[in-house]
Design a protein around this ligand. Structure first.
Ligand code: KG4
Ligand code: ZN
Length: 339
């Protein structure tokens, strides 16, 4: 029985995973750098790369100590090659290249966004056709997947939704990452108290855009101390603004999703990436999916934010298709699939 080794180092999570021949995860080890980047309210690429250099061999040794047999019996190595932060990507790519070369194993470079896109189907049958929404700290796109290929339907023109959650959290002096914190606080707020305009592209495209929303929140918050009580906790109007901001993100995501569903009416929808963990977004998508009779799949909780399990899974799919890269030349590509 052969195994696939998955390696992830594109942003601020170091990951090592092992997947068996049937597409089931044996282990999915993650070392998070959230504490390291918290003082900066975002990921510092150089710090991320140094932490990957330190943590990747440790996670690998841990996997080897738990599953020595699986490491002896690898079919292939799958590693994220992009998109992402180049100093961070290079750590995983070069680790994988060296190991693949030394052990004479096939190496498969993985597109991180494709890994997210297929992550809701880990351990399940991957549908032949589906619509996908990938929303994370650095990307936002809708996709159509068919037997002919993976087609990106739109992208974000500026900020990614997770990035905007993180920046709005910073405006309110809330800790990084902002998404989970705002998600929780917004549950105590009134999402209809503040209204934000939905962005419209001059060229008529259905790309996403979140920077206008970010600036609108900034203009409200700037120079006003009435968002905080004396003890630093948030006032009701701050909770209302956070809920209204989150609502505006959800409304835009749902609008684009419905638009693409009208022109590409697939029966299955995959929703993935860190922002897929958002409670309000999940609720809106489930409601819509029920009305339209679309079957919706989210990844399990531990596979939503960055992890190597989804990389191993995409590698497992590509290995079955006979896909292989050259361990001597595979390179990290920070813009992979983006241009
Ligand atoms: O997919 P991911 O782990 O990394 C990238 O590939 O970017 O996504 C991380 C992003 C962060 O910006 C974080 O704030 C956001 O996902 N996030 C959330 C939630 N949980 C994580 N955003 C909104 N609501 C959440 N519950
Ligand atoms: Zn990601």
């Amino acid at each position: 029985m052969g195994f696939i080794l998955g390696i992830e180092s594109s942003c601020d999570e170091t990951g090592i995973a092992l997947m068996d021949k049937k597409g089931n995860l044996l282990c999915n080890l993650i070392s998070s750098q959230v504490e390291l980047h918290r003082p900066f309210h975002g990921v510092v690429p150089e710090l991320a790369a140094r932490a990957h250099l330190q943590n990747l061999p440790l996670l690998f040794e841990k996997a080897r100590s738990i599953y020595p047999q699986a490491l002896q019996d690898l079919d292939a190595i799958a590693v994220t090659r992009g998109p992402g932060l180049i100093p961070a990507l290079l750590v995983g790519v070069h680790f994988a290249r060296a190991y693949a070369w030394a052990k004479r194993l096939p190496l498969i470079g993985i597109n991180h966004l494709e890994a997210h896109l297929f992550s809701p189907f880990i351990g399940k049958k991957v549908p032949a056709s589906f619509l996908g929404l990938v929303v994370s700290g650095s990307h936002a796109s809708c996709y159509e997947v068919t037997p002919q290929g993976i087609f990106r339907l739109n992208r974000t023109r500026d900020d990614a939704p997770g990035e905007v959650f993180d920046k709005v959290a910073k405006m309110f002096k809330l800790p990084y990452p902002g998404g989970p914190v705002i998600d929780k606080l917004a549950q105590q707020g009134n999402p209809s108290r503040y209204t934000f305009k939905r962005p419209k592209m001059r060229d008529g495209s259905w790309d996403f855009s979140f920077s206008g929303l970010k600036s609108a929140v900034y203009r409200q918050v700037e120079g006003d101390t009435s968002w905080w009580h004396q003890d630093g906790s948030l006032t009701q109007k701050a909770l209302d603004l956070l809920a209204s901001f989150q609502e505006a993100v959800v409304v835009q995501l749902m609008h684009r999703l419905k638009t693409f569903y009208a022109s590409h009416p697939q029966r299955v929808l995959s929703v993935s990436g860190g922002v897929a963990a958002n409670t309000a977004l999940q609720k809106a998508i489930h409601q819509w999916a029920e009305q339209t009779k679309v079957e919706v799949f989210f990844p399990p909780k531990d596979l939503i934010t960055d992890n190597a399990g989804m990389v191993a899974f995409r590698g497992w799919m590509l290995y079955q298709e006979g896909y292989q890269d050259d361990p001597l030349t595979l390179d990290g590509d920070p813009q992979l699939g983006q241009l």
